[in-house]
Design a protein around this ligand. Structure first.
Ligand code: SAM
Length: 326
């Protein structure tokens, strides 16, 4: 087997797959509130995603994460989960979701082979949730989190993007959830994506950690039991849940990057923060076989940048987060 190793000796074994660019929320930092989305014909069919995964798995990709847009608004997502989870070489299929429909689908996704979920939640206050997301479905998200836990999609991780003057006063409330409710919370620095500009700015992980330590006690490092991403994990004294910190802006974790992203319209994106992409959809629809797909995936590996250039060249311009999947 030819392994998927990029020009800087990084092994790519993880692929995030966006199944739609459409979302049922309009988070102010993630997307324009009004946007045109892809037509049905433009997005990859489940069979096409499966073919790409067959090729990627043949090159050593072992973990997959479904995302969007909002993946759970795509019909019969469990079919895709089942196909992917049963693909030789794939060890884990997980999901990132806003949680609005999780209560409805948690059990069937688990039965189809989904391993775990991350739920994005940026406020514990219903009115503020509505301001950030443009939707009043706060209660559904909380129900979704509980349903996912019950279904055994563990650990359920809660992702909070900390936004200056929007929700940064809730950091302690989220951290307390690791004491009171066994939550696994991850704080993420806001990345300056084009058009997802309804946010005033980023709060650094360093500041978030120090405000937690000042009020709730010393954080002790904790080894994650799942995932191999860029988060650093800690625990508060006596907490059953964990706290993760993702310094997406202030900490560069490119040297450990192990992932590719596949957009809903079939473009393979070697780096979240770089607009370079390789189109797999057109070749697929013109009859590319698995070895041709493998060749294109290997080519994408050669185009993976050593490091992102956020800050120097600004943010990616071609797509919003909603169109990439985070
Ligand atoms: N709809 C799903 C969800 O809400 O999790 C998946 C798609 S969403 C684009 C994936 C993740 O990206 C979410 O956790 C979201 O908060 C995060 N995200 C979106 N825009 C971001 C930004 N500008 N900076 C940091 N994280 C961002």
């Amino acid at each position: 087997m030819t392994d998927l190793v990029d020009s800087f000796s990084r092994r790519i074994n993880y692929m995030r797959i966006s199944v739609t660019d459409h979302c049922d929320l309009r988070c102010l930092y993630c997307t324009d509130r009004l946007y045109p989305h892809l037509s049905h014909d433009d997005i990859l069919r489940y069979e096409e995603i499966h073919r790409i995964v067959l090729a990627a798995a043949g090159l050593g990709v072992k973990k997959l994460r479904l995302t969007g847009g909002e993946a759970l608004i795509r019909l019969n997502l469990r079919w895709l989960v089942e196909m992917l989870a049963n693909t030789e070489g794939i060890d884990e299929v997980s999901l990132t979701t806003n949680g609005t429909q999780l209560a409805r689908y948690a059990d069937e996704l688990k039965a189809a082979g989904l391993s775990r979920v991350n739920v994005s939640l940026d406020s514990l206050k219903p009115d503020r949730f509505e301001r950030i997301t443009g939707s009043d479905r706060f209660k559904e998200v909380l129900e979704g989190i509980e349903a996912a836990k019950k279904a055994g999609l563990n650990p359920v991780k809660i992702n909070m993007v900390v936004l200056k003057d929007v929700n940064d006063d809730e950091v302690l409330d989220f951290a307390r959830k690791t004491l009171s409710d066994d939550w696994h919370v991850r704080f993420i620095e806001h990345m300056p994506f084009v058009n997802g500009n309804g946010a005033n700015g980023m709060v650094s992980i360093r500041n978030i950690m120090s405000s937690i330590e000042q009020s709730l006690g010393q954080l002790s490092p904790h080894l994650p039991t799942s995932g191999n991403g860029p988060a650093r994990y800690y625990k508060l004294p006596d907490a059953s849940g964990t706290l993760g910190f993702i310094g997406a802006v202030t900490e560069c974790f490119c040297a450990e990057c192990n992932r590719f992203r596949l957009t809903a319209d079939g473009h393979l994106r070697p780096c979240l923060l770089d607009d370079d992409e390789i189109d797999l959809k057109e070749p697929l629809r013109h009859g590319a076989d698995i070895s041709e797909l493998e060749r294109l995936i290997l080519k994408a590996a050669t185009r993976k940048q050593q490091q992102h250039h956020l800050g120097e060249n600004g943010a990616p311009e071609k797509r919003q987060m909603r169109q990439i999947g985070g």
